[in-house]
Design a protein around this ligand. Structure first.
Ligand code: ZN
Ligand code: ZN
Ligand code: ZN
Length: 389
């Protein structure tokens, strides 16, 4: 079932008071989740937790940036002095502590942690920083921030869904061009087509391109193929899986991620049957989405159809992943994840069938679980398009 249409875009740029209020509320929910799990300090370095909480994204360089968020005290953002001018200060959220060259950032963080011992650290944190912190805080116990924040980040509010919808619509305009044959394929290399798709993602409003997979002929059987010099011939399958990060106003960027499979002329033998199965599996898995349904049940729904058609061993990945400020985040739609879908979860539904040495196909849409069903953010046609250009 599909309900409603994407909410209108909101967020009007710098210092939007609703964005600041949303972050204050997020930090309060983070502290509550910490208290429930007995976590005394959250240490957010690289990755998306920091921007999700504060709006600030650390540069992925070797100098440490760490938000030290104690459950019982004010948060402090520890940043290299030369990057302090990038920080938009928000005294309601955190104090700023810039550290200078020659100073030991690990000791600064350890001092703010103090005697607190139950710590959560970013999933994406340089090993060099974590090993330093472990040496400086020998009695601490550690877990990942995703175990505290993953479930919170997975439930999107209306403003976040509006940005995800805008990102999906921008990616759809590129997919539309692909299906219409406006992106030339024949005789071009995968890398050239990937560059074309990337340029279009930016032209359609993305602030940056996160990936553009173009996999042709036998390469289409490799789900995460790196586009290379292979030239696309006639009668070949081409799987295009692409996405980027889109911002509305000055707020946080959210990701797009969609896949369409096309064929250049006469389809190779066996493709039509395979694709028909794939289309049914993807539609059934989307239709299975509703709050309360176990994540793994959505995977099983698609997988059952593919297995019954005899392709079970050729569907070699989970059916989907959550999406938000990161392209892969909670909830993971995979066997073994029995947690229920919640209203506000945004994730991909992307079954694929891959015949090694021959060809493969995948269909991917981002969907949002809503109180009465599911809203698909990607809307381009699913049927197999023959592109002769
Ligand atoms: Zn993937
Ligand atoms: Zn994808
Ligand atoms: Zn995906």
């Amino acid at each position: 079932m599909t309900v409603g249409s994407p909410p209108p875009a909101t967020g009007d740029g710098r210092g939007a008071p609703d964005a600041s209020a949303a972050r204050v509320a997020r930090m309060a929910r983070a502290r509550q989740a910490m208290a429930e799990r007995g976590i005394e300090v959250l240490l957010c370095s690289l990755g998306a937790d920091l921007p999700w909480l504060t709006g600030y994204e650390a540069m992925p360089l070797e100098r440490p940036t760490v938000l030290v968020l104690p459950v019982d005290d004010v948060a402090t953002l520890v940043v290299p002095r030369l990057e302090a001018p990038r920080v938009r200060e928000d005294p309601e959220l955190f104090d700023l502590r810039a550290w200078s060259e020659g100073e030991d950032a690990v000791q600064v963080v350890a001092g703010l942690v103090g005697r607190r011992a139950r710590l959560a650290v970013s999933d994406r944190c340089w090993a060099s920083l974590l090993l330093g912190l472990q040496a400086a805080l020998p009695s601490a116990t550690w877990c990942t921030t995703s175990s505290v924040l993953g479930g919170l980040r997975a439930v999107k509010d209306e403003a976040e869904i509006a940005v995800l919808a805008a990102a999906a619509a921008a990616a759809d305009r590129v997919a539309e061009a692909l299906l219409a044959g406006d992106i030339p394929l024949l005789g071009r290399s995968e890398a050239e087509v990937a560059a074309d798709i990337s340029a279009r993602l930016v032209a359609e409003g993305h602030a940056r391109v996160d990936f553009a997979i173009v996999a042709s002929g036998p390469n289409s059987a490799s789900p995460h193929h790196e586009p290379g010099g292979r030239r696309i011939g006639a009668g070949e399958v081409v799987v295009c899986d692409f996405g980027g990060t889109l911002r509305l106003g000055d707020e946080l960027g959210y990701c797009s991620d969609t896949t369409r499979t096309v064929v250049t002329g006469e389809p190779p033998e066996g493709l039509a049957e395979l694709y028909e199965t794939l289309e049914r599996a993807q539609a059934a898995a989307v239709a299975a989405v509703a709050p309360g349904v176990a994540c793994e049940e959505i995977d099983r729904t698609g997988r059952r159809i593919i297995a019954e058609a005899g392709y079970g061993e050729y569907f070699i990945h989970r059916i989907g992943h959550g999406i938000g400020v990161e392209v892969h985040e909670d909830p993971y739609i995979v066997e073994g994840n029995s947690s229920p879908i919640e209203a506000g979860n945004a994730f991909s539904v992307e079954p694929g069938i891959y015949l090694p040495g021959r060809f493969g196909a995948r269909i991917e849409d981002i969907v949002v679980a809503r109180a009465g069903g599911v809203l698909a953010l990607n809307r381009t046609d699913h049927s197999l398009h023959v592109v002769e250009a």
